[in-house]
Design a protein around this ligand. Structure first.
Ligand SMILES: NC(=O)c1ccc[n+]([C@@H]2O[C@H](COP(=O)([O-])OP(=O)(O)OC[C@H]3O[C@@H](n4cnc5c(N)ncnc54)[C@H](O)[C@@H]3O)[C@@H](O)[C@H]2O)c1
Length: 264
């Protein structure tokens, strides 16, 4: 007799935004390995999305590359229509695409009051509006069955505030508030809506800002588990929330942060 794991993603169609590298790529891979019927690999860069989808397909896992810019509602709507046409359903949306700003160390970043309002836009557009752009066309698909899941990747910056990252912190905190309201709106359709909050995870995006070993050492001293996170550390948390095991968890933020920020 075979028993189905409560963490199985069997039958689920999963879309992960910004999955061409880093955390998103690890989440997309873990979802496919977790038994998802199909994984839609979104990225702004077509070649990144295609490379990850090809990697999964080569392993016999069903994957579709979907180039779209999450900051554009038209682009996201077209992607969602393509997913619907190919798979006829969507069970899990992972809002992972994010923009932590220019590859500068915090001390070099302008203070909030030194910024031009036009400079805020890329941070807000990806980290907050991008999440809304994806949730809008995804919601009607997710509510068609009782397995709908939305998982949004936020940052501990949203909860503790990072100097140099005021707009990013605000955008991620906005995404968390948005997700809590969505949890209440979608609960009656059995769709769960949660956030995963990250501290430092070794990804290509972070590497741009983490070139100074002294700074990294100082930063790690603030972690209970004294190592930097890996994308695979995040992937398991996403699979858990997406699976049947996460069916009664909603409106929550799960910290995957090596103990960087407690009780927040
Ligand atoms: N790495 C960290 O330390 C860390 C810490 C806290 C939170 N986060 C969050 O985790 C998520 C993933 O971060 P990462 O470090 O893997 O990033 P990354 O920069 O390494 O990768 C992000 C991917 O998203 C894609 N992307 C960016 N803008 C997009 C858009 N408008 N439309 C579609 N795709 C887009 C990029 O092309 C890239 O492939 C982000 O939301 C980030 O804010 C990361």
């Amino acid at each position: 007799m075979t028993c189905k794991s409560p963490f199985s993603l069997e039958g689920r169609v999963v879309l992960v935004t910004g999955a061409g590298q880093g955390v998103g790529r690890a989440i997309a891979t873990a979802m496919a390995e977790g038994g998802a019927r199909a994984v839609v690999v979104n990225d702004f860069f077509q070649e990144r999305a295609e490379a990850v989808a090809a990697e999964l397909s080569a392993r016999g896992l069903e994957a579709m590359a979907a180039q779209a810019d999450v900051t554009s509602p038209t682009s996201v709507d077209a992607m969602m229509a393509a997913v619907r046409a190919r798979y006829g359903a969507l069970h899990v949306l992972v809002n992972n695409a994010g923009n932590a700003g220019p590859g500068l160390i915090p001390a070099e970043l302008p203070k909030f009051w030194e910024m031009d309002p036009a400079d805020w836009q890329p941070w807000l557009a990806t980290n907050l509006i991008g999440v809304m752009n994806c949730c809008r066309p995804a919601a009607p698909l997710l509510m068609q069955h009782d397995q709908g899941r939305i998982i949004t990747v936020i940052s501990d910056a949203a909860r503790v505030g990072e100097p140099g990252y005021a707009v990013y912190s605000g955008a991620k905190a906005g995404a968390a508030g948005f997700m809590r309201a969505m949890a209440k709106e979608m609960g009656r359709y059995m769709t769960t809506v949660n956030c995963i909050s990250l501290a430092s995870i070794e990804t290509p995006g972070l590497a741009e800002r983490n070139s100074d070993p002294e700074r990294v050492k100082k930063k790690l001293a603030r972690y209970v588990i004294r190592r930097q996170g890996k994308p695979s550390d995040v992937a398991g948390a996403a699979v858990f929330l997406a699976s049947e095991a996460g069916a009664w968890i909603t409106g929550q933020t799960l910290s995957v942060n090596g103990g960087y920020a407690f009780n927040l």
